[in-house]
Design a protein around this ligand. Structure first.
Ligand code: GLP
Length: 255
């Protein structure tokens, strides 16, 4: 893409992150759903960026339940996925299939309100440009739902010397190649498509869900407030409106 890149610059000076702790994933997801629904109430045309994985799954189930009600919140909601695996031979395990199943179908998001990646495009750099253009036209993202990767990644913005600002083809870290979503894939993806770190930071509001096993150390690193490219999620300390919801167990093991 030839984008400029972000370099790590050490300690954060503006620590604005609203951190809340929950006894379990259910309580965390209920709070997350309340945040999403409150924002949708204020802005029915909300552009929602959706992560995949296990962290937001229960949140999406709660939204799907809300979507079944007669006067649904979601008639004008727009959805853009955060990322996508490259090289899956079937749709099983893809972020597209996940978001279709969890959000698009139950919330009846029409085609013109969904801005998904095509990981099978012949020219993936052009595909990134296409998504970036959609983001320019539709964006900025109003509410960006994120999960915390075990290695601190956001989307497929993996730990690196320099982080890419915008939509790009990413080389997946070994840990990401072991993600449960692609556990049964015959060929494990080594690359992915993802929005960039600046695209995420340009969102008006960010909802970070910290949930799941194997995240004690990375959660500790995030909570330290020190910004480093070794843990891309720490860049969220530069955002002015992050709601960070954390499962209690993770904190107990991290401190
Ligand atoms: C993968 C997904 C991301 C997700 C992250 C964390 O990289 N493509 O969208 O946010 O993993 O997943 P989990 O919540 O399962 O830990």
């Amino acid at each position: 893409m030839g984008d400029p890149e972000i370099s790590s610059n050490g300690k954060n000076s503006r620590s604005i992150m609203n951190i809340s702790y929950f006894s379990n994933a259910s309580a965390m997801s209920q709070k997350a759903a309340a945040i999403v629904l409150e924002d949708l109430d204020k802005n029915p045309e909300l552009l929602l960026c959706a992560a995949t994985g296990s962290s937001p799954k229960m949140l999406y189930q709660l939204l799907a339940e809300e979507g079944q009600k007669p006067s649904s919140f979601f008639q004008k909601t727009r959805v853009i996925p955060l990322d996508e695996w490259i090289g899956l031979t079937t749709s099983k395990g893809s972020c597209h299939a996940y978001i279709q199943e969890q959000l698009v179908v139950p919330l009846q998001i029409s085609k013109d309100r969904y801005f998904g990646f095509n990981a099978e495009a012949a020219d993936l750099d052009k595909e990134c440009e296409r998504i970036q253009k959609s983001l320019q036209q539709e964006g900025p993202i109003d509410l960006c739902i994120l999960g915390l990767g075990k290695n601190g990644h956001l989307g497929f913005n993996e730990p690196a010397t320099e982080l890419k600002l915008h939509c790009h083809v990413a080389t997946l870290a070994p840990q990401s190649q072991e993600h449960a979503m692609i556990g049964s894939a015959p060929t494990k993806p080594t690359k992915g498509l993802t929005l960039g770190i600046q695209d995420i930071l340009d969102a008006k509001k960010i909802l970070l869900l910290v949930s799941g096993d194997g995240k004690a150390e990375v959660t500790k690193q995030l909570l330290s407030g020190s910004i480093t490219n070794d843990c891309p999620a720490t860049w969220l300390w530069r955002h002015s409106h992050v709601e960070c919801l954390i499962e209690h167990d993770i904190v107990n093991t991290a401190t």
